[in-house]
Design a protein around this ligand. Structure first.
Ligand code: NAP
Length: 490
């Protein structure tokens, strides 16, 4: 039974005011390490609330677009300072709500503050260009202008850093924002909004609406005032959004992955196993860039599997709040069901479950969504566990005889987000970099992890084939080019 004492109810932020949903209904966000614990109550918003938020953002846009870039940047700097000052508290809240380890949460809070500062600085450099003109009386140049109202829809797995890397470039370039976080992690999302609001964002520039996708999704995506939708989440939801947006609405979709790690004949097998564990099982396998396929050369296969199993066996599984824990719970019950289903699918397809895959229900694990990280061997490339995104701690080990065969297997999926190779062979690494169908490529590094200042995104079904997120390139999505021919009179 959930305890209701001391549970705070959080509100939507619309037009600079913290308000209840029109229906007055709320929903609970719970702790995946202890499903009975409610971490907060949030507004169960619907179309009316979303429309109010979009209209507020629309009204705030003309003044915000004219606000000095240095003033916009100052607000982001202040918000970053506030987040960092509360790092320990926010990291704990993030872990309580999402499940990842405290170390991972601390890193996420820190990184989100860095992101706000990075875009505060980059926003001062958003520039058009002057062009040589055939007519000496005409000055030809371009301006980069904001789009208007941007809706930001985000997943629960990086519930602070993904919103930060969308909202900061949107705001610094003069757009106004309506932000709907994942329903599993509204608390930490609310902290980001509190940071921006408290730092002095004018009314209506940042709006925050919580609630289920089924009740809020359609207006967020189809309202005529929405000029851009930036979404990170599953490929299925992304495809649906892509089909519903208006012609005049720009869309950026960051979606699923089925990321491979190739282990070559000359690989340091211990390092390869470490990279696989880091990429596949850290964050409980719930990273879009997580390693889910390891393609191993025959000559090192057995030694690699032995090292991988040994390292996985040593992982400590428990509440992310507990010191020393390596792997926290899955984020919610449907994630747990999904992972256990895929373990059954792998077994029924004839793969060998070399380690793990069972639900943990004893002692501290009884109250949460815990599963032991799973390693399948004997996986063939066409099995479902080798093709479909599982989004949990399940690694499929696939054998390959040659580099060409490994590359063909690596590319033979519908996704193309991140890919890695473990080798000391410069030629193999270069052929891998050139031939892999993936937006992010790593050599002797895990498939997970990306730098705040580097572009991020995938190919194939992992992203829209338009704009990159993160880094300087992200600013392109939030601005449009106006071309000016400025002549003289007389
Ligand atoms: P999800 O179910 O697609 O939900 C993502 C967000 O979209 C949530 O806020 C959700 O709201 C909302 N949503 C769902 N359907 C919608 C619709 N039709 N219209 C508008 N909004 C909608 O994904 P998830 O389970 O939270 O996240 C896991 C997925 O995200 C994985 O596939 C993972 O690979 C992907 N991901 C990709 C990246 C990347 O950068 N490529 C990064 C992280 C995660 P509710 O929470 O209310 O349902």
């Amino acid at each position: 039974m959930a305890t209701e004492t001391l549970v705070e109810t959080f509100k939507n932020l619309i037009d600079g005011q913290w308000v209840e949903s029109a229906s007055g209904e709320t929903f609970a966000s719970t702790n995946p390490a202890n499903a009975a614990e409610i971490v907060g109550r949030f507004q169960a918003s619907a179309e009316e609330d979303v429309n109010r938020a979009i209209e507020a953002a629309q009204r705030a846009f003309p003044a915000w677009r004219e606000t000095a870039p240095s003033k916009r940047a100052d607000i982001l700097y202040k918000a970053a300072d506030w987040l960092e000052a509360g790092l320990e508290r926010f990291a704990e809240e993030l872990t309580r709500e999402e499940g990842k380890t405290l170390a991972a949460s601390r890193m996420e809070v820190k990184r989100s503050a860095q992101t706000l500062r990075y875009y505060a600085s980059e926003g001062m450099n958003v520039a058009g260009e002057t062009l040589p003109s055939d007519d000496p009386e005409t000055f030809v140049y371009t301006r980069r202008e904001p789009l208007g109202v941007v809706t930001v829809i985000t997943p629960w797995n990086f519930p602070l850093s993904i919103p930060a890397r969308k909202i900061a470039p949107a705001l610094v370039t003069g757009n106004t924002v309506v932000f709907k976080p994942a329903s599993d992690t509204p608390l930490i999302a609310c902290r980001l909004v509190q940071a921006l609001h408290g730092a002095g964002m004018p009314a209506g520039v940042i709006n925050f609406v919580t609630g289920s996708a089924s009740k809020t999704g359609t207006p967020l995506v189809t309202h005529p005032a929405v000029k851009a939708v930036t979404f990170t989440g599953s490929t299925g939801a992304g495809e649906k959004i892509n089909r519903s947006v208006r012609l005049s609405t720009r869309v950026q979709l960051e979606l699923g992955g089925k990321n491979p790690l190739i282990v070559m004949d000359d690989a340091d097998v211990e390092q390869a196993a470490e990279l696989a564990v880091k990429g596949g099982f850290e964050l409980t396998g719930q990273a879009c860039t997580g390693t889910s396929r390891v393609i191993v050369m025959d000559s090192v296969h057995d030694r690699f599997v032995e090292a991988l199993v040994a390292r996985t066996r040593a992982l400590i599984i428990g509440s992310g709040l507990r010191k020393g824990v390596d792997v926290g719970p899955l984020a919610n019950e449907s994630q747990l069901r999904n992972v256990l289903d895929y373990v059954d699918i792998g077994k029924s397809e004839g793969a060998e479950l070399a380690f793990g895959g069972e639900r943990l229900t004893e002692g501290e694990h009884a109250a949460g969504y815990y599963v032991r990280p799973a390693i399948f061997t004997g996986v063939t490339p066409n099995m479902r566990i080798a093709q479909e995104e599982i989004f949990g701690p399940v690694i499929s080990v696939i054998r390959a005889g040659t580099f060409q065969e490994a590359m063909a297997i690596a590319n033979d999926v519908e996704y193309g987000l991140s890919a890695a190779i473990c080798t000391a062979d410069m030629n193999a690494a270069r052929r891998f970099i050139a031939g892999i169908e993936s937006g992010v490529v790593k050599v002797n590094r895990p498939t997970t992890g990306n730098a705040v200042n580097a572009p991020f995104g995938g190919v194939k079904m992992s992203s829209t084939a338009t704009y990159r997120e993160s880094g300087r390139g992200a600013l392109d999505f939030y601005t449009q080019i106006k071309t000016v021919y400025h002549g003289m009179q007389g």
